[in-house]
Design a protein around this ligand. Structure first.
Ligand code: NIG
Ligand code: FE
Length: 399
């Protein structure tokens, strides 16, 4: 059955077939069609054109001048978790940093203790509403990481929950094995790195990608290399956490192992930009965690000026970014990182789809891609999304 949305004021995020990501100045060229229609059948975009061109027949939705954009693609989340860390939120307000909270046994290890006591069914029941929440807010594809298990049994429990979520919802779900998120309780650092390497074949049966928190106080470049090699032997491409707390070498080791993305990047230099040039790795920035932790925003503008592409994702997790609202991420991209609305849209759709390996089917208005779309209320334009950054704007979402 065909659906046709007519009288679209702005159809934004139009990208030619075969373009899997945009870089540099190209990020500012993602197309907008004014006064347009779009048609889709069986969940696939068939065609779109200005209203002056006749449209095919089908069930018609009148956009009444509203905005249509591709659904958001959130390429970096930790939304499967148990319990809450609101106690640490109070510690943070009293002045403790993310590292100080972690050093006191809070942080990731706190979530891991709670998750250890939580059954698989309860973990699924706690996590599914977060996915439904972001779907309602316009997310059409999401990557979800393990990393609060921190022992073989609980890491696999998390990966099974992510698989159950994938089966339960109509949006695209990708799964990442982040065994190396912190050293699990009861292990020495070396023992734990060895355990993560040994877990790889079983994790690879459930996960699409492998991740390591390559940063000061967590895992070194050498640990990361050993884990990414184990991942490569099992067919897992890396997506890694790098340069959040320090200039960690994470970008270089990620690029060396062919990472799909290197994420965070709050602390980078020219050397990281050079390492990323001519690579297939998407620099991915997480302004929601800069906002929540009060740490610097990544240098998105500098990366784009250097000719690189940039993706933005939410990092939805209980410790550093307790929100999966991609429209807010887009607004932070504009307000705090000085992206134009067109660049920010590209960063939360096409480029973030690339960063999770789905930009052949998601992330833009392109014939043959999935009709994963957001229709706004009348009166909205792309510029108003980050400007009126909290006013509800969604009329319908197609997944
Ligand atoms: O991406 N930086 C490491 N991991 C997460 C935080 C996880 C947590 O604090 O629970 C992040 O910010
Ligand atoms: Fe993260």
């Amino acid at each position: 059955m065909r659906t046709v949305i007519v009288n679209i004021g702005e159809l934004a995020g139009v990208v030619p077939e075969g373009v899997l990501r945009k870089t540099g100045a190209g990020m500012g060229e993602t197309g907008i069609l004014h006064d347009a229609w779009i048609s889709f059948s069986d969940g696939i975009i068939e065609d779109f054109a200005p209203m002056s061109t006749p449209h095919p027949s089908g069930e018609t939705v009148d956009a009444e001048g509203g905005l249509v954009i591709p659904a958001f693609c959130d390429s970096h989340t930790h939304l499967v978790y148990a319990g809450s860390r609101d106690g640490e939120f109070l510690d943070k307000l009293s002045g403790l940093s993310y590292e100080e909270i972690a050093a006191r046994g809070g942080g990731i290890l706190n979530s891991s203790d709670i998750l250890h006591r939580c059954s698989e069914d309860d973990l699924f029941a706690a996590s599914l509403p977060r996915v439904r929440e972001i779907m309602d807010k316009g997310t059409g594809a999401v990557e979800i990481k393990s990393g609060y298990g921190l022992n073989p049994q609980d890491e696999l429990k998390m990966l099974r929950v992510i698989r159950r979520i994938r089966e339960a919802v109509p949006i695209t779900v990708k799964s990442t094995f982040l065994g190396a998120h912190a050293v699990g309780r009861g292990y020495s650092h070396e023992e734990y790195v060895r355990t993560v390497v040994e877990m790889m074949p079983r994790a690879a049966e459930l996960a699409d990608y492998v991740d390591v928190f390559c940063d000061k106080g967590f895992f070194t470049v050498e640990d990361t290399a050993a884990i990414l090699e184990a991942g490569a032997r099992c067919g897992l491409r890396p997506k890694i956490h790098a340069n959040e707390l320090d200039v960690s070498g994470g970008v270089q080791v990620g690029v060396h192992y062919g990472a799909l993305s290197v994420d965070h990047l709050e602390r980078t230099t020219e050397a990281e930009i050079e390492a990323l040039r001519d690579s297939g790795t998407m620099p991915t920035m997480l302004p929601g965690s800069s906002f929540f932790l009060g740490i610097p925003y990544a240098n998105a503008k500098g990366f784009i000026r250097a000719g690189l592409g940039v993706a933005l994702a939410s990092d939805y997790n209980p410790g550093s970014s307790p929100s999966g609202d991609m429209r807010f991420v887009m607004a932070l991209g504009c307000i705090k990182m000085r992206l134009t609305p067109i660049e920010a849209l590209c960063a939360v759709t096409l480029n973030s789809a690339y960063a999770m390996g789905v930009s052949d089917s998601m992330g833009s208005i392109t014939r043959g891609k999935r009709a994963s779309l957001i229709l706004s209320d009348p009166g909205w334009t792309l510029t108003k999304l980050p400007y009126l950054y909290q006013t509800p704007f969604i009329r319908s979402v197609w997944h």
